[in-house]
Design a protein around this ligand. Structure first.
Ligand code: FMN
Length: 336
């Protein structure tokens, strides 16, 4: 990414992120340096592989691309959403709600992570479509409680990040095994059948888990390695995505997150079988740059790039984006 001069009204992603860094610095916060136990190997390979996938142009099939879709019954203007997010420490409750408002104003969707009913209600009150991602709590009753609360308050879907049963893991510490636990398929199946809401299983990186998610009755799977939050050497999602989509894409909605950064990254993920692509770190940066407005700018940049590439590739709508438009270097093809 080129270094661009910081301006108050960002015109590009780089300018937006530079502004975020400046604002964070003013609060005494530097971007976190990877710790000894987090090599970021997955995200580095994810970037390398995404950068080795190219798109074929179809200039002679002029189209006016439409980036709209319906997800969990909600009409969205973009296949980009805020993936599961607990409130980052440097944002106040109000700033977090403002972030959600920005997602709604962008015609997108918000997935909320850890947080109580009050935050959930404030998020829903912004008018944005909200999904509640519930942790794999050791106490199963707490899972039911959170799922029922989400349904009662008007969430459009719920889910569970099955990969977070150790809690966060940094520098060899941070296990929270008293709070979280790996969940058995029977427990998750019962939680899924106890709600009418669509249920997303987040943290899918293998065909095996994807098939189990379908068997348990999930409506959607999210291909994700949780960024660098759960597992240093999780399979990069761009490697897992095509396999998972091929195995279960006909039965459930396939979503993806972890290491997608641009509109072209979204295009590539959609071509490899995702229906929607989630962003967390970038959304936090966008909120740090300018609250709801920063979010709108971010989603705007991502969606504009996606739209431009759709036009170049002759795709009138999202369903026209498929693998035949991708040209990948031999190294990348080997992973599939
Ligand atoms: C501040 C922050 C909070 C997060 N909270 C949650 C959470 O509560 N539940 C969850 O499943 N994932 C959570 N994640 C992980 C994201 O959903 C996502 O999987 C990960 O950050 C990778 O996406 P990214 O590369 O766009 O950041 C969080 C990520 C960040 C940065």
């Amino acid at each position: 990414m080129t270094t661009e001069k910081t301006v108050k009204n960002p015109q590009t992603l780089s300018e937006l992120f530079n502004l975020a860094k400046e604002n964070l610095k003013a609060k005494g916060l530097e971007r976190q340096v990877p710790s000894a136990s987090n090599y970021q190997a997955s995200s580095q390979l994810q970037r390398k592989l995404l950068d080795a996938i190219f798109m074929e142009s179809r200039y002679l099939e002029p189209v006016a691309p439409d980036t709209g879709l319906t997800l969990f019954g909600v009409k969205m203007k973009t296949p980009t959403f805020c993936t599961a997010l607990s409130k980052p420490g440097h944002l106040s409750d109000e700033e977090m709600v403002d972030l959600v408002r920005g997602m709604g104003k962008s015609g997108s969707m918000m997935i909320l992570g850890i947080g109580g009913s009050e935050l959930l209600q404030s998020a829903i009150d912004t008018g944005a479509p909200v999904v509640k991602m519930v942790k794999p709590y050791r106490t199963t009753d707490l899972i039911y409680e959170k799922v029922n609360d989400a349904a009662k308050r008007g969430c459009v879907a719920v889910g569970m990040d099955i990969d977070h049963f150790y809690g966060g893991f940094r520098d060899g510490s941070g296990r929270q095994t008293d709070t979280y636990a790996p969940k058995k398929t029977d427990e998750i199946r019962q939680a899924i059948s106890a709600t009418k809401l669509p249920f997303i299983i987040k943290g899918i990186l293998s065909i095996e888990d994807a098939k189990k998610a379908v068997e348990m009755g999930a409506s959607a799977v999210m291909v994700s390695n949780h960024g660098w939050g759960a597992f240093d050497f999780g399979v990069p999602s761009i490697v897992a995505l095509p396999k998972v989509a091929k195995a279960v894409g006909g039965q459930v909605t396939v979503l993806a997150d972890s290491g997608f950064r641009t509109g072209n990254d979204v295009f590539k993920a959609l071509a490899l079988g995702a229906k929607g692509v989630g962003f967390a770190t970038s959304i936090v940066m966008a909120a740090s740059a300018g609250g709801a407005e920063g979010i709108e700018q971010f989603i705007g940049f991502i969606t504009a790039e996606l739209k431009r590439t759709m036009a170049i590739c002759g795709c009138p709508d999202l369903s026209a984006i498929d693998r035949s438009l991708l040209v990948a270097s031999p190294e990348v093809r080997e992973w599939w």
